[in-house]
Design a protein around this ligand. Sequence first.
Ligand code: HEM
Length: 185
Amino acid sequence: MSEPLPDRSDRSEDATPSATPTDGPADGATGRPDLQAPGGRAALPVERLVASGQTFSQPEYTENFYEAIGGHPTFVKLVDAFYEGVADDEILRPMYPEQDLRPAKERLLLFLEQYWGGPKTYGEQRGHPRLRMRHMPFRVGPQARDAWLRHMRHAVDRLDLAPLHEATLWDYLERAALSMVNAAD
Ligand code: HEM
């Protein structure tokens, strides 16, 4: 089986916008023929950007989602709320090998932070995520998946994110959970 989702641990290195709309000259008088619009009229700002090979920067959340949703405190809140649910869950709780859930909570926190463009501590401590492989010792059937998603849903709701951020995070978590299933109930 292949990795369920692309490892985006290096995505923060792509975060530097190549240009912003305000980087170019303020009017169409560039003095460069390749930046003239057809018909001799002054080039629109967008035409100048395209002609010069510059592009608009992407919205903030695609550059660093980690920062956009509040950084470390937000991710701590997410995993804290999630593990509150896990601690009382009759399907999930017995799956966790350690009596103390804190180390597992820390691993999930570090993984999610890294995935979304935060510190790369997870990789430094644990290496490549290979999450599907790491879940193979555990029987993850549809019931466990649904329980996992139910607690995660409550945790995401507690963050009060902007709708687009919330949808982005939830879409990822849902797909990741579906891809982690390795058994029938
Ligand atoms: C679908 C239901 C899932 C179940 C039942 C489940 C269960 C577990 C269990 C029992 C562990 C071992 C605890 C530990 O020692 O760390 C674990 C580890 C982990 N899980 Fe899940 N998990 C699920 C989905 C996910 C998803 C969707 C993600 C990521 C978005 C995830 C991320 C992790 C991480 C990062 C670890 C620690 C890996 C390591 O470095 O060893 N899990 N999970």
